[in-house]
Design a protein around this ligand. Sequence first.
Ligand code: NAD
Length: 250
Amino acid sequence: MKKIAFLGGGKVGQAMLAHVLEKKSAEVAFVYDPFQKADELMGVPVCRELPENPFAGLDLVVECATADVVKACAVNVLKEASFMPFSMTAFRDDELLAAARAQAAASGHTLYLPHGAILGLDGVFDGHAIIDEVSIETIKNPKSLGRTDTEYTVVFDGTAREATALYPRNVNVHAALSLAGIGFDRTKSRIISDPSVDTNEHVIRIKGEGIDWTIHVTAFAAGAVSGKYVPFSACGSLDRILGSGSVSFV
Ligand SMILES: NC(=O)c1ccc[n+]([C@@H]2O[C@H](COP(=O)([O-])OP(=O)(O)OC[C@H]3O[C@@H](n4cnc5c(N)ncnc54)[C@H](O)[C@@H]3O)[C@@H](O)[C@H]2O)c1
């Protein structure tokens, strides 16, 4: 049975933890979360500080905390285990991405990019050689962006590189799309704050040699960082890595 650990024990982390424990699909060594008050979550020990050499002996580490945690841990994790980060805005830093890729190649571990709040990243990745243009427009309630707008406001229009610097917690899908597709500088990002919605909505348009795609995803969010779909999507990604699903869409 594979041994895994979670960095971050909030909404997405706890959904995956409950799923793995229910399916008995992996042994969970620990949940690292400095802000958890409880000493354990669902019977799994919580550490508020990382012990020395925390990732040795693990098969997979799942990050569901913040981009800073990815920045601090990615290379160290990949020395010892495979890594699935959800806070992918961290990889707007080209040096970090190159170091993580090099470490994964050197140690034979895998850096997994979950599709998170959107659909079709596998298709974008497979087609990236023939893709010329990618744009993504995200519409969220101001609360989901940490803002207080009282009317529809275009808060950002530019590259995904800049969007992910301005909203590291809120536009992980812009980072995921950039990583799967044509990069942070060529992916166009628009972020809209709309107090009339209680959803997170993403409209992705992709054009290239003989292809023209639109991916439109809306999920109830009620002002939260993660919408209704993400916990389900995260559990599906984890099942595919652990090989514990009875059906696998690849
Ligand atoms: N890739 C995607 O499509 C996608 C979608 C939704 C969420 N996310 C990202 O996934 C992450 C988790 O989302 P969530 O809804 O579970 O958030 P959440 O706020 O419910 O949980 C985050 C948890 O991380 C913990 N945390 C904060 N700082 C930490 C640190 N330094 N070390 C370890 N733990 C720390 C918090 O105490 C909290 O329990 C966020 O960064 C979010 O932006 C990505």
